[in-house]
Design a protein around this ligand. Structure first.
Ligand SMILES: [Zn+2]
Length: 383
């Protein structure tokens, strides 16, 4: 018998041309769900409503199923102190995917879910790679999880989580295509799919960090603590927005090129070997940016997941010293921005070279312990 593995994936389905009235209704639904979440957080734990009937006094009118799901979603985010946004959610009994076969043999897809007025059926725009999952779902070969109504930019989507069982052999038959991403100071992120590279300069981030550091020093001298905290939040929001922008472009780039796995460095590595530590020193300044890097990796990870692309963390050892073409290892880092190989003569931008090595996972995937941690986290998100 073939070995199967279970995988939870999220499919992002674009609502097809919703009318202005419908968009307004979705917005109201989202606003009320968020308001409810924040009121709920304001209630002492033992007093919190457990059922939709109990929850009604804390909310403007919402469908019971949305209230129930909101309670579950809020409780799942134990650390949340405030919700900037909580999207309306639907459990598997209240959200349905439907397919209609057209006369010309094509298919029209629809989803339906309860709203403020009544249950609505909305046409969705299904991407090619999503069809097989939806077909599988309708055929009973996949288990439907929760769905969320989400606005992204100006578009409305439903994010549908489903559990699929993949045949191991079948999965291995599909050729994998890897993208490697190198993070650094000069180039903030370099995403490379052998022969095709996307650069994001680190200049913007460096400028913003310098700018805020200067303002911080000024305020510190004055002892203006509240202003300092405000400043910190502002910087945080600024970097978060930047990371959303970059991760979005990276994942779009991966989608366009049919990438199946994105590989990034394991930044968590604590048990570095001597040579690794020596190599890391080049990036002493990276620690300053470390949370920004972590966040960027998280964002790339979840956006990739939505696009059905896997994410793997690799051991970063030697990725900047090795020639990505012939595997020769230099003893010292090249002085400039170019990697020149003493053996095969290849000349490549050092960060592209590193990204290509990350894509090939030349030092292997990161330690088991860390991989397991990630899986645990993924499971938690999926639950
Ligand atoms: Zn070489």
């Amino acid at each position: 018998m073939a070995e199967t593995t279970k995988q939870v994936i999220t499919i992002k389905l674009k609502l097809y041309a919703p009318t202005k009235a419908k968009q307004d209704m979705y917005q109201t639904l989202a606003n009320r769900t968020t308001d409810f979440a924040n009121r709920y957080l304001g209630v002492e734990k033992p007093m919190r409503p457990k059922t939709s009937a109990d929850a009604k006094p804390y909310s403007e009118p919402l469908p019971s199923v949305v209230l129930c799901q909101a309670i579950r979603d809020i409780e799942a985010k134990k650390k949340a102190k405030e919700f900037k946004r909580l999207w309306p959610g639907f459990n598997n009994q209240n959200f349905r995917v439907e397919k209609e076969t057209m006369q010309d043999g094509g298919a029209a897809w629809k989803v339906s879910f309860p709203t403020l007025e009544k249950r609505v059926g909305v046409p969705i725009q299904v991407e090619k790679y999503q069809v097989k999952y939806l077909e599988l779902l309708l055929a009973g070969g996949a288990k439907q999880g929760t769905a969320q109504l989400v606005k992204c930019g100006k578009q409305w989507y439903t994010h549908l989580s489903i559990t699929v069982w993949l045949d191991k052999d079948e999965r291995e038959k599909k050729p994998a295509k890897y993208m490697g991403i190198d993070l650094g100071l000069i180039e903030l992120a370099v995403a490379s799919i052998l022969g095709c590279t996307l650069f994001f300069s680190g200049a913007e981030l460096a400028y913003i960090r310098r700018h805020y550091a200067k303002l911080r020093r000024k305020l510190q001298k004055k002892g203006a603590h509240r202003a300092l905290k405000k400043l910190g939040n502002k910087e945080y929001r600024w970097i978060t927005a930047m990371n959303h922008r970059i991760s979005h472009r990276i994942v779009e780039f991966a989608k366009v090129h049919g990438v199946t796995v994105i590989r990034m460095e394991d930044l968590r590595g604590t048990r570095w070997t001597k040579s690794q530590r020596k190599e890391r020193r080049r990036d002493a300044g990276r620690s300053l940016h470390s949370w920004a890097f972590f966040q960027l990796r998280e964002f790339v990870g979840y956006k990739a997941k939505l696009a059905g692309i896997a994410m793997e963390l690799v051991n970063p050892e030697l990725t900047s010293l090795t020639c990505s073409r012939c595997g020769e290892v230099r003893t010292s880092r090249p002085a400039g921005r170019w990697y020149t190989c003493p053996r095969c003569g290849k000349i490549k931008h050092i960060d592209t070279n590193a990204a290509d090595n990350i894509a090939q996972a030349i030092s292997g995937l990161s330690e088991e312990k860390q991989v397991r941690l990630t899986q645990k986290k993924r499971k938690k998100q999926a639950a």
